[in-house]
Design a protein around this ligand. Structure first.
Ligand SMILES: [Zn+2]
Length: 203
């Protein structure tokens, strides 16, 4: 199933492209999810999150090309997924949907079938519910605060603090050894006293 669709190029000319009906429908239905793109490392996180939630297992994730297309090898318990660079949420869900279908129905489910659509909707709903991990992604995209070089005065203060900490550690150790020393002296004294008493007693 499929057909020719005329799309306008950037220069205004129209060109025919071949589209399958299910693909067309998916783009139409999940317009927002096709527009929401993430970088490769973010995509890896999202695949892992979705896979964990739907108990799909572990995935080896590869990236290839830029056409928002992908492939998956896996039967519902992990596998290998290839996504294009900077994939959309729609693509991530579509590829994982193959695994989810396999896990759910224990056989291959074709694109565009009711069963496929149903499972895809589940995946999309989950992403929507999580608000596409927008907070986490924003946090990841924030530039890291630059560490300021310490001033000369700060370096001096750090050195003093370090040396003072050392002194404190040594003082604690001295106290500990002084306690041990007097304990040892006491026990020697006691042992000697006991020995003299015994000598006295035997005579
Ligand atoms: Zn597919």
């Amino acid at each position: 199933m499929g057909g020719i669709k005329w799309v306008e190029r950037e220069d205004g000319e129209k060109e025919p492209i071949y589209v399958s009906n299910w693909h067309d429908k998916e783009i139409e239905q999940y317009r927002e999810e096709h527009k929401k793109k993430v970088c490769d490392s973010e995509a890896e996180r999202i695949v892992k999150k979705i896979a964990r939630h739907f108990k799909l297992g572990r995935y080896q994730i590869n990236f290839h090309g830029y056409k928002d297309s992908g492939r998956i090898w896996g039967r519902g318990y992990g596998g290998t997924v290839t996504l294009s660079h900077n994939p959309s949420f729609a693509l991530i869900c579509h590829e994982l949907c193959h695994s989810l279908c396999y896990k759910r129905y224990k056989k291959h489910i074709s694109h565009g079938s009711k069963k496929f659509e149903y499972q895809l909707q589940r995946l999309i709903n989950y992403c929507r519910k999580k608000n596409f991990w927008q907070d986490e992604i924003n946090r990841l995209r924030e530039p890291k605060p630059q560490k300021l070089e310490p001033t000369k005065e700060e370096i001096k203060q750090q050195k003093i603090a370090k040396a003072e900490a050392k002194i404190k550690r040594y003082e604690t150790k001295i106290k500990m050894y002084q306690r041990k020393l007097s304990k040892a002296r006491r026990s020697v004294a006691m042992l000697k006293r006991v020995a003299t008493k015994k000598e006295v007693a035997t005579f």
